[in-house]
Design a protein around this ligand. Sequence first.
Ligand code: AMP
Length: 492
Amino acid sequence: MDFSSLGLSEPIAQAVLEAGYTEPTPVQLAAIPAALAGKDLVVSSRTGSGKTAAFMLPSLQRLTAEPTIKARGPRVLVLTPTRELAVQVTDATKRYGKNLRYAKAVSVVGGMPYPVQNKLLSAPYEILVATPGRLMDQMNRGRIDFGRLEILILDEADRMLDMGFVDDIEAICAALPKERQTLFFSATLDGQVARMMQRLLKDPERIEIATAQTRHDNIEQRLLVADDIGHKHRLLDGILRDVAVDQAIVFTATKRDADALTLSLEAQGHSVAALHGDMNQRMRTRTLDQLRRGHLRVLIATDVAARGIDVRRISHVINYDLPKVAADYVHRIGRTGRGGDTGVAISLAERRDVRLVRAIERYTRQTMAVHTLPGLEPRASLPTEERRPAGPRRDGRSFGNGPRFGDRRPREGGFGAPRFEGDRPARDSREGGHAHRAAGDARHDGPRRSFGQPAPRSDARGGFGGARFGERPAGRADSRPRREGRTFDRDR
Ligand code: AMP
């Protein structure tokens, strides 16, 4: 089955071929004909499943026909939770629409200077890709005319709701023509998402390719137990020195931790940079560019910045801090194993993190295999969890007492508030730990190197015997591609 047999015109099928896609992914196979038939769609599919083309190709097809209403604004609007994802969708759209005359795509995202954005919006364009916050700003300034809008796409709707964009989305939708096609993409389709679907969609066709919990069969999930923060740091250093690590993303809980860890790994000779919401757009773009070009080996990121990163060479995802929301774990590990490759996801957990580990395992319905690094074995294994929760929840949050895994921080204004990245109190002991290397760990000591120079790796494979750490599982477990992104900083 090729793309033209899905009902796409030759210029679009040709552009897709030039993008290197020989056949549609399952979500494309299901969604493209339904969208071409003009139906509203609700699509849940796993990260990196090829969903951008699933919504953009039929939208581009629509643009090959003359608009029925004469106006200046967009004919297609895509809402995404993060700037990174918006930029990625815009880039993909430009590739898929390159043979079409009237398919100009512009993005309106937070962090972009207003004069630049105003200029983009004042020239003719057909497709607008935007984050809700900045789009609302531009709408309030009267810079967007939705008079001829035909298609609304919500990409990662669940993440947008998670980030507190519900009011913005409602306000944006209220400003759009009622006669339109709506394509709703979301990893989860329950709770608040289901209520929003009811409000926005007309008799939608439901396409469920797979849920967030489906197995990332091409990603090997491992767990390393750490005694304390110093041990954790040595484990990370050990992992990163393995030659099997091509490029890696290391996740921390806060922006502050990301910066501290970056400094400390840099001092240990790793090619490393941070990516988080406190950095300006130019720095973020530059860092991502370095990652894509292979000039950077290790990216230290918060959940914010990492959603949407689609870099084929990322062989390893490392959870230095476990995510507080189990669904985020799935998004994080989806940064590796892109385009059907295999990948390795390694979570570092201290014994007190046991409940987070178990909540993630219940959510993914998979267990993380416990591994050790020779010479860095923990003194004890993870304890068994004291309290068993009632059962798996489908929203990626967990159960139990006290401040719970998955709990949103209460804020003035009540429930459902966006959780802001970096709002966790500083953990002095931890930050001290980043900068500190335990005495006696001479194994990884080495000369300082300049940025970009590869860190000395554990080529002497003896260091990682048995279930070898950095090794990626053999083979292509799944020929389907994957990908994804999100932020907690409001994009204003
Ligand atoms: P997406 O889920 O849209 O972010 O896509 C994930 C990755 O898969 C991106 O790198 C796409 O370029 C790639 N991709 C999308 N569709 C196909 C296809 N039909 N064949 C091969 N790769 C694809």
